[in-house]
Design a protein around this ligand. Structure first.
Ligand code: 26W
Length: 809
């Protein structure tokens, strides 16, 4: 089938007739989508079970990636590329009278994540399969993904994302592999005839965890791993409730809702922890189902003994959200497999590895003791024992740390600190960029680092270049392949060879044309979505990521307002036209973030309707920013805004996607921006602002007075006064809370402090952009050095340094 148009077209025709009950002449884009997805699915099924069987037969070690989020986006195009049939599929679609995009966009985004953490998990799965590492992603099959965002009169409105409305062609329901997860109830302690203590978990509420498997295809390698997403359903003694008639019985019991809502919706917070009971149920549901599944397949397939469980499985917990996996494995090994505490603990601490993704205090999870105790009594008992033994080992083995025990304890002030549990129960703890890992070692987890120095390691994030370059930017990809050959697709570090073309005028010309065409395509999308026309020759200055104060979308708007005020004063000002593009969802309960969205949109409506400036400045807020929208914006970006307060953005991954598509970064020395700068050099990036250690110094010693800048910098005074003196056509004191937060809460993210440097740096950007040759050379340099930021490099590091995993060759 691979490279034979006739066969593919014929297959499509049959699918349309047999599965979509339509014909080549009457089919819709949706029919064609289902037909092609079905062809690809059928084609990979064989490789899917072959991968599974080979992994088991060779009892190859497997990594299990536990995550509450997998921000997958669409799979159709990714799977067509990985299975090597994209071109013939496109030809077939055109032959049927449709545009490929028209068919691909029939697939809903699987938006089962909030932002960076969730998308990283999806990129990792793509790299694991493409590098032939046996792996399985474990997550929750939320019926509602991250909310759909609508901007109504400048304000964010959230709409439910019922992504499973239409049949989702990639998933396989595996009812036969369902397991039960137990909540509540009581623990009866007794002594077993083998003399050991016995813990019987009784009177529990039972929930059925039904797995839905999604194939994760490798690139051009017949390797297919699995993403297993669990759905919460009411246990039914009569077999699969979806197939058997007698479900009514449970309906009237009425607790069906309590059960099914466990996989109802994704919590839309990406930085502030909310101690919601349902969220805790979701976390335990995920880890118990996953571990029961691993233990079952271990016992069915492995020749190893339980004490060698960690030889068969490495389990990565994606932030603290799945860290209940540690006490759950202890429960299963002791209560089910009858191992002793020490045997179980030895296995557990050789199996788990933990990744930290944020140092924001408000994001750190601490569950109330009584909530854990009532919902998961046996798990709480085990956490309590882990804590007891840990504190005792501190007392006896580290007398110098005795006064720090309360600070290090897992349970303190009736709160269970999930980060401490993850740290004590894992053999590896990694940060996601060099600066972030150093901050963990020297600040956030300083004492733990002195305790367990060998556990700490850095794994700088990465992105899959197959989606974020090859798929979304085919014109740039073929230009690169024409220049340096196709090696980069398998070995992204080969992109470095592009440096040979940095002074090759024809190549630079073609690079320019590629970017210009991508900007034209995005302009069309912007017009279609917003009715706004944008100037393709303007600088596309892009700021797309979740809305959070530390990501400083506000600083970006202050630059725009500064330019606006300058132009209003002097309309002849010679500035290169700029199109500012924003995309950002705010957590629904994050008031200030929603105020910033409102502020951006008010500023946009003023500027875009002001005849004095609108041919020089345009501000676009693209609603419902998600994976598919990012795929449209990133190839067209000139300037990538990565302006977080230094020390706050653990890594960032959008910065890497922009770099790989030739965009030039304006940013602070934060997260992975530093490693981008280290590679491209100061001549190919625009760095400004406070360093992380300077920000930390202000936190430790004070000394920053935002109001002084208001009183001394007339540009800042003017902008802040405009913020609430009705300039923006809103009632008085419109954005008073943003205003007060800056002046009376002393600007916690140093927006005013970095204002001057930011403005100056944008002037440097202005100058550089005017020199087209120089700018295009900067694009080439950024692409050339982006190979390091492929998640293939990241995964190879995890595999060799943490998971001790070998590819299945
Ligand atoms: C409990 C609520 C909650 C939910 C999600 C708190 C924190 C999170 C995530 C850890 C937030 C997140 O996505 N962090 C981002 O992770 C990326 C992948 O490592 C990094 O690149 C980003 O810098 C980091 O903000």
């Amino acid at each position: 089938m691979r490279n034979d148009f006739e066969t593919f077209f014929q297959l499509t025709k049959e699918k349309l007739e047999n599965e979509c009950q339509t014909t080549v002449d009457d089919c819709t884009a949706s029919d064609v989508y289902y037909a092609i997805a079905s062809i690809v699915k059928n084609d990979l099924i064989g490789d899917w079970s072959k991968t599974e069987n080979e992994t088991n037969n060779k009892s190859a070690k497997k990594v299990c990636y536990l995550s509450m989020e997998f921000l997958v986006g669409r799979l159709i195009e990714n799977n067509l590329i990985n299975r090597g049939v994209l071109n013939i599929a496109k030809e077939t679609i055109q032959e049927l009278g449709f545009e490929p995009e028209e068919v691909f966009m029939q697939e809903p985004d699987a938006a089962l994540g909030n932002g960076g953490l969730g998308r990283l998990a999806a990129c990792f799965l793509d790299s694991l399969a493409s590098l032939r590492y046996p792996a399985c992603g474990y997550g929750i099959r939320y019926r509602y993904g991250l909310f759909q965002q609508r901007i109504i009169q400048g304000e964010q409105i959230e709409l439910p994302d019922y992504w499973l409305e239409q049949r989702y062609p990639w998933e396989e329901r595996k009812f036969e592999e369902a397991v039960s997860v137990h909540f509540g109830g009581t623990v009866r302690t007794s002594t077993h005839e083998d003399g050991k203590l016995q813990f019987d978990y009784e009177h529990t509420d039972e929930v059925l965890a039904v797995p839905y498997d999604i194939p994760i295809t490798g690139f051009d390698n017949e390797f297919v791993n699995t993403l297993r997403l669990y759905s919460a359903e009411t246990p039914s003694p009569l077999g699969d409730p979806v197939t058997c008639e007698d479900v009514a019985y449970y309906h009237e019991l009425g607790h069906e809702h309590d059960i099914t809502q466990i996989s109802g919706y994704l919590y839309p917070d990406d930085s502030s922890y909310e101690g919601k009971r349902l969220r805790l149920k979701q976390q335990y549901f995920l880890v118990s189902a996953s571990l029961q599944n691993m233990l079952r397949s271990f016992k069915e397939n492995s020749q190893r003994t339980l004490n060698e469980f960690h030889e068969s499985f490495a389990i990565q917990i994606n932030d603290t959200h799945p860290s209940l996996a540690i006490p759950e494995l202890m429960r299963l090994l002791m209560d089910q497999e009858r191992l002793s505490w020490d045997e179980a603990w030895k296995i557990t601490t050789q199996t788990f590895a933990y990744t930290n993704h944020t140092t924001l205090q408000e994001a750190l999870e601490t569950w109330p003791k009584e909530m854990l105790e009532s919902l998961l009594p046996r798990i709480y008992m085990i956490i309590d024992e882990i804590n007891e033994r840990f504190c005792q080992s501190l007392w006896f083995d580290y007398p110098e740390l005795r006064e720090k025990i309360p600070e290090l304890a897992i349970i303190a002030d009736d709160q269970v600190k999930m980060a401490h549990l993850a740290l004590v129960g894992s053999f590896s703890v990694n940060g996601v960029a060099r600066l972030h890992t150093n901050i963990l070692k020297e600040q956030e987890m300083k004492t733990f680092y002195t305790l367990f120095p060998d556990r700490f390691n850095n794994k700088t994030n990465g992105i899959t270049h197959r989606r974020w370059l090859l798929q979304i930017n085919p014109s740039l990809s073929s230009l690169i392949t024409d220049a340096i050959g196709p090696k980069w697709i398998h070995e992204p570090q080969a992109l470095i060879q592009l440096l040979r073309y940095a002074n090759d005028a024809p190549f630079l010309q073609q690079m320019d044309e590629v970017k210009r065409e991508n900007k034209r395509l995005l302009s069309e999308y912007i017009y279609q979505e917003t009715g706004m026309t944008v100037d393709e020759n303007s600088i596309f200055d892009v700021h797309v990521k979740r809305l959070h104060e530390y990501k400083r979308q506000l600083l970006n708007v202050f630059h725009i307002l500064h330019l606006y005020n300058e132009l209003k004063e002097n309309p002849q000002l010679d500035v290169t036209p700029r199109t500012f593009i924003f995309g950002a969802k705010a957590a629904p309960n994050y008031y200030l973030a929603k105020e910033i969205i409102k502020f951006i949109n008010v500023v946009a409506s003023i500027i875009n309707n002001d005849p004095d400036v609108r041919d020089k400045l345009k501000v676009i807020f693209l609603e419902n920013y998600n994976v598919s929208v990012a795929e449209r914006i990133i190839p067209a970006t000139d300037l990538s805004e990565q302006i977080s307060t230094a020390g706050k953005e653990a890594s960032g991954t959008g910065n890497m996607k922009m770099m790989m598509n030739g965009a030039v970064t304006i940013g602070t020395l934060d997260g992975a921006n530093i490693e981008i700068r280290d590679l491209v050099g100061d001549e190919n990036i625009f760095i400004f602002g406070l360093r992380a250690e300077e920000v930390q110094a202000y936190h430790n010693n004070g000394g920053y007075m935002a109001r002084d800048l208001y009183n001394t910098d007339p540009r800042i005074k003017r902008i802040l006064d405009q913020m609430h003196n009705g300039t923006f056509g809103r009632e008085e004191r419109a954005f008073k809370d943003l205003y007060y937060n800056l002046l009376y809460h002393n600007d916690p993210y140093f927006v005013l402090k970095d204002f001057d440097a930011y403005i100056e740096t944008h002037e440097l950007v202005e100058r550089a952009y005017r020199n087209r040759g120089e700018w295009t050379q900067m694009n080439v340099a950024n692409i050339a050095y982006s190979g390091k930021f492929s998640s293939d490099r990241t995964i190879q590091e995890y595999a060799s340094q943490i998971w001790k995993l070998k590819p299945l060759l």
